[in-house]
Design a protein around this ligand. Structure first.
Ligand SMILES: [Fe+2]
Length: 624
């Protein structure tokens, strides 16, 4: 979250391209004054241009007050459509939403107005702006094809008959990194400003004016509710959060799990530019209604696979907006999936094939760095794959960072270990360009996992460990051709700087199972996604899990382990497929689903609910 978006945009739009350093981990990739290219024999294939037709910041930055109301210029000359708008009454209810006015405004050549004085006064002034001289509007940008691009917010002041647009909290506040004595409250403002948070009779103010704000609140009491107030200029926002219990107090609590909320079919809010905001919002409201203390959400939040940083950031913003009203109170903890990919794409016209690699420079313009910019997550994971045996140059950083995509956290007697199986991911053609394989956990992350599970094994406050990773160990519907199986083809493996990894995907899966199942007694289940369905798999030593011919060592499993797959947060469905382990699958469902895990001391009970219809899909004990 350290990067200032507008700064990055100006770099992209103003500066001419020049040759940039290509990370040594790639092969056949070069760069010159024309851009980044793939070298195929004597042909240079340049990466596709970002093709940006908007600046994300123009969706909220160019708002001007007049005597009539607010004027918007989205700076997209081709944009024609509709602007829906309405006040957000922050004092009416706990989960603020715009209440859309009965009329809308046309967007013509990227420009539109909200006539506040004419339309939203008198009996339509439900926030009292005429008396207080201030208010906040929500607005929705819809194209003439009916696509919703963005839901924004605009704060205004009204003085001496003139409206003035003022700095606005456009994302958040969000509760992050919650512990029994601290949390980090984050929010994004439309302009560089200083803001403050007041809680527990103390005021925490930004050290410097910025767009992205992270305020750490500490020295709190365990298991205690705190009201907090965010102040920005003349506007105050009041919410509350609850610290986690003293570790190991073994109180009863619930948490929620899901993944895969990229956009779905059906139109409307099922696709707010890159995300299924409809189902995601239902998931957030159901989690809150069930009293969930946090929501773990592991991967494929958005459509991604983008060559544009602008479009990636808009997609992430839309995901955050979908759950925002609930994230004021409880943490949403995202993980990294394949759709978080931000790529260079090289189109080989001769073979009609696209090669895709993770965008670079890794430090500030990669899939990993965009994820870091958009979320505030624990930073206790491994550093990167630098210094692994495959690192081509141990003297410098050649790999992306694992920061905020691999980490662990605890809540009372539960630990959640979050992994990234789409790190430094090359979606296509990796034997030529090098890169990591979808679902493959590389060496340094494996070592970190082993070390982390060992540490949790010794932690007397922890009874249950969940491992969450986007890709299932045993896919069942939609990704039998990849994930940690690849139709049983163990030849699949990463390539680093043209050198292939020693171990194939199935050997790596077995090594993971050995660490998770055999070397730990506390791990109870893997929470996975990628496949857009819900199902539960009981993994035992008896379960068939190898291809017919398999010449490598087979791992023996010392106990039963569970895989709870829930990729049913709104992405297009997959039906069940044939696998060697299919008879061990329970209750495969293509309904949208939210997994609710009830923990009470040594017991774990699971309920699976459809967040749309609220029907109970499945229910069982994991530990009695
Ligand atoms: Fe996925």
């Amino acid at each position: 979250m350290k990067q200032v978006l507008t700064w990055a945009c100006s770099l992209l739009f103003v500066f001419p391209l020049k040759a940039q350093e290509v990370p040594e981990v790639y092969s056949n990739i070069g760069s010159d004054e024309n851009g980044v290219f793939l070298q195929m024999s004597n042909q240079k294939i340049y990466a596709q241009a970002a093709g940006d037709y908007f600046h994300f910041s123009d969706f909220y930055n160019n708002i001007t007050g007049t005597e009539a109301g607010l004027e918007f210029d989205f700076k997209i000359p081709d944009l024609n459509g509709t602007l829906y708008y309405g006040f957000i009454n922050y004092k009416d209810g706990s989960f603020p939403q715009p209440v859309y006015f009965r009329e809308s405004s046309p967007i013509v050549n990227g420009k539109t107005v909200i006539p506040i004085a004419r339309n939203l006064s008198g009996r339509y002034d439900m926030i009292g702006w005429e008396k207080s001289g201030k208010g906040i509007l929500g607005y929705r940008i819809m194209t003439d094809k009916g696509l919703i691009l963005y839901d924004g917010k605009a704060a205004f002041i009204h003085q001496d008959t003139l409206f003035t647009a003022v700095p606005t909290v456009i994302e958040g506040p969000f509760i992050n990194k919650l512990t029994h004595k601290s949390c980090v409250i984050s929010f994004v403002t439309s302009q560089e400003v200083k803001a403050s948070i007041k809680t527990n009779n103390k005021t925490f103010t930004d050290k410097k004016a910025s767009i992205k704000h992270e305020i750490e609140i500490n020295r709190l009491e365990a298991g205690t509710q705190y009201n907090y107030q965010l102040t920005l200029g003349e506007f105050e926002y009041d919410f509350k959060f609850e610290t986690s219990p003293t570790p190991g107090s073994r109180k009863k609590f619930t948490f929620a799990y899901g993944s895969d909320s990229r956009s779905g079919q059906g139109g409307g809010e099922r696709d707010i530019f890159g995300t299924n905001a409809y189902i995601m919002k239902r998931i957030a409201s159901l989690s809150m209604a069930e009293g969930a203390k946090f929501v773990q959400f592991t991967g494929d939040l958005i459509d991604g696979y983008e060559v544009s940083r602008e479009r990636m950031n808009l997609q992430y913003a839309n995901w955050k907006h979908a759950v925002e009203a609930y994230w004021h109170y409880i943490p949403f903890i995202p993980g990294f999936g394949n759709h978080e990919a931000y790529n260079y794409i090289f189109h080989d016209t001769i073979r009609d094939f696209n090669y895709l690699i993770d965008h670079f420079p890794f430090a500030n313009d990669s899939g990993e760095s965009l994820f870091q910019d958009n979320f505030v997550l624990p930073e206790n994971g491994p550093r990167s794959e630098d210094n692994s045996k495959y690192d081509p140059d141990k003297s410098k950083d050649d790999f992306p960072s694992y920061k905020e995509s691999v980490f662990w956290y605890t809540y009372d007697n539960v630990a959640m270990v979050v992994m990234n199986s789409d790190y430094w991911y090359s979606p296509q053609g990796l034997s030529i360009v090098s890169g990591n394989l979808h679902a493959y956990i590389m060496d340094n992350q494996m070592k970190w996992l082993e070390k982390t599970l060992k540490r949790l094994e010794k932690d007397e406050n922890i009874d249950h460990v969940f491992v969450t990773v986007h890709t299932p160990f045993f896919p069942n519907g939609g990704h039998v051709k990849d994930d940690m199986w690849y139709n049983g083809d163990n030849r699949m493996r990463p390539t680093v700087n043209g050198k292939t990894y020693d171990e194939g995907i199935i050997e790596r899966r077995d090594k993971l199972l050995d660490i998770i199942v055999n070397k730990s007694t506390k791990t109870v289940a893997a929470l996975t996604g990628d496949e857009h369905n819900y199902n539960m798999l009981t993994i035992t030593e008896e379960m068939d899990r190898y291809p017919e011919t398999y010449n490598h060592e087979k791992v023996k499993l010392s106990r039963t382990f569970y895989q709870i797959n829930n990729g049913a947060a709104g992405a297009p469905y997959y039906a069940q497929e044939k696998t060697p382990w299919m008879k061990h699958v329970r209750n495969f469902s293509t309904q949208n689903a939210l997994v609710l895990i009830d923990v009470e001391g040594s017991k774990i009970h699971v309920r699976v609910k459809n967040p749309d219809t609220l029907e109970l899909i499945d229910e069982y004990d994991l530990r009695k």
